[in-house]
Structures are given as structure tokens and as C-alpha cells.
Design a binder for this molecule. Structure first.
Ligand code: ADP
Length: 222
């Protein structure tokens, strides 16, 4: 789930990724403690994040003094210094934080993080690269979520060639093995649309199916 408003997050490493994540969590109504060893970064964010602290996160005593164990979720967003990332992750996990999310810069870094008990390892650059590649080859693809290695949910923008057609006309279930589970129109979102639902250009279809099926559907609509 999204977590109740007022969850407490700790973001360690306030570089480009960590600072963006921290600011967004505050926007979403949560409390965020941002930690970085760079005084300059901490100063920059002191007005934006709920709390900030200048500390070395590989210093167990410093983490304890900041009450790290009281946070619901801690995100370790240290990229460049792999040793600091690994040491911070294990200290935070050992402190008893329930959910520890760690940014990895490579597959091997990620494997180490998983072995030491990170609850979630994220690869922002790798994943964004993949995402942008999909969007470049298929301009109608707005976003997608992989459900497994075989299945995904994708948001496809309705191109002009499908405007005025109904879902029954398109029949993606029969042609591509994909279901349209929602249609987002300017007037509002229609969940589980009926076969007679008419599409307009620029509506957004939410499609679920096999990766191959979605790809075929995308190619058909682009
Ligand atoms: P990005 O690519 O997201 O900018 P970086 O790896 O460049 O990520 O930034 C990571 C941040 O983590 C930097 O601001 C750095 O000062 C901070 N950092 C690195 N090691 C430590 C540490 N041991 N304790 C606290 N902060 C750290």
C-alpha cells in the first residue's frame, strides 16, 4: 500500500535521487528525515524536508543518536560509494527498521544488498533506461508496470486510428490476448469498461496482458 499519511521515512544520501524522493514524500504528506554527510546538501534541503541531519551513515553511533530504529521505512540512496551504501544498509537493517529500500548502481551491488537483507533493491538508472527505451519505440506507451517476467499492465494513449471505435471493434482480447481494464477520459476514469465503450483520441487505455500481446497491440496502434 501507499502507507498512511504521516508515515515516517528516513532518506540517507541526498544526491539527485535521494533529494527528489525525499521531496516527493513530503509532498505526499509524510514526514522525512534526510541525512547526508555533505553539509551543503543538508543546508539546501533543510527548508524542504521535515528534518535534516548532517551525519556519516556508516557511523553506527550517529545513526542511533538520530533514532533510526523508529522509522517505518528507510531508503539508502547512496550511489557512488558502494562501500558506504552496503555498510549503511546493514546498519539500518540491524537497527531494526522494518522496511529498508536500497538503491543499487549495478547488478552485483544489488545482489550483495539482497544477501544482507535489504527488503527492496531498486535500480533507478537501469529501470528508467528500460522505460524510456519502451516509450521511444512506442510513442503511445505512456507507462507500464511489470507484473512478472511475462505479464504487464500498460497505459496506452488512444491514437487517431482508434478514435470513435468501441472496445468490441478493437477486440484486443481475441487479437492480442490483452484486456482493457480501464479507460481514462478527460471527464473521468471508467473502470472495467463495457464492450460498447467508445474511445476518443488521447483517451488513455489501461491494458493488462502478456508482454508480447501488449507489444503487438502497441504496434497495431502506433
Ligand atoms: P545520485 O546519483 O542520486 O546523485 P550520489 O551517489 O551522487 O547519488 O549521491 C549520494 C549522496 O550520498 C551524496 O550526496 C553523498 O554525500 C551521500 N553519502 C555518501 N556516503 C555517505 C555516508 N557515508 N553518509 C552520509 N551520506 C553519504
Amino acid at each position: 500500500g501507499k502507507g498512511a499519511k504521516g508515515s515516517q521515512f528516513c532518506v540517507i544520501g541526498l544526491g539527485r535521487f535521494g533529494s527528489s524522493l525525499g521531496k516527493e514524500l513530503v509532498q505526499l504528506g509524510h514526514e522525512v528525515l534526510g541525512i547526508d554527510r555533505s553539509e551543503e546538501l543538508v543546508d539546501d534541503l533543510s527548508g524542504t524536508l521535515t528534518h535534516t541531519a548532517c551525519a556519516d551513515s556508516t557511523d553506527e553511533e550517529a545513526l542511533r543518536a538520530l533514532g533510526i530504529r523508529n522509522f517505518d521505512c528507510c531508503i539508502v540512496a547512496i550511489g557512488g560509494d558502494i562501500q558506504a551504501s552496503i555498510m549503511t544498509a546493514i546498519l539500518v537493517k540491524d537497527a531494526g527498521v522494518k522496511k529498508v529500500v536500497v538503491k543499487a548502481v549495478s547488478e552485483l551491488h544489488g545482489r550483495v544488498l539482497e544477501k544482507l537483507g535489504a527488503d527492496r533493491v531498486i535500480y533507478p538508472e537501469r529501470d528508467m533506461g528500460i522505460r524510456v527505451a519502451h516509450q521511444l519505440v512506442s510513442p503511445n506507451l505512456l507507462d507500464y508496470i511489470e507484473l512478472s517476467s511475462d505479464y504487464s499492465v500498460a497505459e496506452l494513449s488512444v491514437p487517431r486510428c482508434l478514435a470513435g471505435k468501441t472496445l468490441a471493434d478493437i477486440d484486443p482480447r481475441k487479437r492480442f490476448g490483452c484486456s482493457i481494464v480501464a479507460v481514462n477520459k478527460p471527464q473521468g476514469i471508467i473502470i472495467a469498461p463495457k464492450a460498447e465503450q467508445v474511445l476518443a483520441e488521447r483517451d488513455v487505455m489501461v491494458v493488462i496482458g502478456t508482454n508480447e500481446g501488449i507489444e503487438d497491440f502497441e504496434n497495431m496502434v502506433s
